[in-house]
Design a protein around this ligand. Structure first.
Ligand code: GDP
Ligand code: MN
Length: 351
């Protein structure tokens, strides 16, 4: 953090404030948010900041998805927040895509979450959270509103953006052939993904051709800090991209390895019997099927989703951001595994 960060080294992607650059869908992309009506106030804070720091210059559309109908109040409030030229789409998720699927054994599910509860896994007994994790893992990119979209930037309610982003990140992804962009790397609670790695290995045994030789295997299997995790998960470090921020090339999700893997995971029922998060699921898929040089750490994007923060040392950041900050609580530092990514998987392409 001693050296000031000024990225990317791609001058022609930079736009000045007020240049009125209309992306005109330079890249078919959208800011995407799965939200509930009751998330409105926190969502407004997120939208204001992503607009101020990025999208006012680039005019990318917004897509909002919900398992319920959005209320008129919700839609009006969001519309009024944004300039007229900004395209805003609201969509409903079908019950079939959202609800717990038939194949899940209700009794096994009940027992599973009782165990997870006793182990203190957060959200274990909240069915909608299981639905959400499954939806963001295997379903969201099939929504009709995303049919012609190639890149999504996931936005959650209540997040903060601290630094000006004065280049078109979607075009950056496209020009540099990136398939995934992240900001934070964390360990997960191992109880939530007890059999995910074991199941994944059996999938790989049947489908060895899906493995990308340039994958991030050492990052997946690293066992430096958390041998407890490692034992519980039978060999997965639990290190994952924190998916509440993610910029994704949907072609990767729409590819055969990813979809076959999702169907396999679905058949195992672990989105319900355990509490497989979309973050470890996405991260394992990326670590196994993607070339690590195509995964980009947006270290220049100052970001906070409670309780973690990424703050670069850059003049483009506002006062809320102090360089290098991750979290104010030291005992949470142990949750950070960004160093592992840098050690094993960051390539020259990303320096
Ligand atoms: P956390 O970040 O893991 O604590 O989980 P969140 O509560 O922030 O949920 C992740 C994302 O999914 C957020 O964008 C939420 O607004 C959204 N979300 C979570 N549960 C639901 C739900 O039941 N319905 C809808 N429509 N969105 C949800
Ligand atoms: Mn969240």
């Amino acid at each position: 953090i001693s050296k000031e960060i000024d990225e990317p080294q791609v001058e022609d992607l930079v736009r000045d404030n007020g240049s009125n650059f209309n992306a005109g869908n330079a890249v078919p992309a959208t800011i995407l948010s799965l939200v509930r009506n009751e998330d409105l106030n926190e969502l407004i804070e997120s939208i204001k900041q992503i607009e101020e720091k990025f999208n006012a210059k680039f005019n990318y559309p917004y897509t909002f998805l919900n398992d319920n109908e959005f209320t008129e109040e919700f839609k009006e409030s969001v519309r009024h927040l944004l300039p007229d030229e900004r395209e805003v789409r609201f969509g409903k998720i079908s019950e079939e895509d959202w609800n717990i699927p038939e194949i899940v054994d209700k009794e096994k599910y009940k027992q599973g979450i009782e165990l997870l509860e006793s182990e203190g896994v957060s959200y274990a007994s909240k069915e909608s959270y299981h639905n959400m994790c499954r939806f963001y893992s295997r379903t969201f990119y099939k929504h009709p509103l995303l049919k012609d979209i190639k890149y999504t930037w996931r936005l959650e309610p209540g997040v903060k953006f601290y630094c000006d982003i004065d280049y078109d990140v979607f075009k950056f992804m496209s020009d540099h052939n990136k398939i995934y962009g992240f900001v934070l790397n964390l360990y997960d609670s191992p109880q939530s993904v007890k059999s995910l790695w074991k199941d994944t290995r059996s999938f790989l045994q049947d489908n060895p051709d899906y493995i990308n030789e340039e994958g991030s295997f050492d990052w997946i299997k690293e066992n430096m800090q958390k041998s407890v995790n490692f034992n519980i998960t039978e060999g997965y470090s639990t290190c994952h991209f924190w998916t509440n921020f993610e910029i994704t090339n949907l072609d990767f999700l729409r590819s055969e390895p990813y979809e076959a893997y999702m169907d396999f995971l679905e058949s195992k029922g672990g989105f319900y019997y355990e509490r497989w998060g979309d973050a470890p699921v996405r991260s394992l898929a990326l670590g196994l099927f993607a070339d690590k040089s195509q995964i980009h750490w947006f270290r220049d994007i100052g970001y906070n989703h409670f309780p973690y923060t990424n703050c670069p040392n850059s003049a483009k950041c506002d006062k809320r951001c102090s360089p290098g900050s991750f979290t104010p609580w030291n005992d949470l530092e142990i949750e950070n595994c960004q160093a592992t990514w840098m050690k094993y998987s960051m390539t020259d392409d990303d320096l």
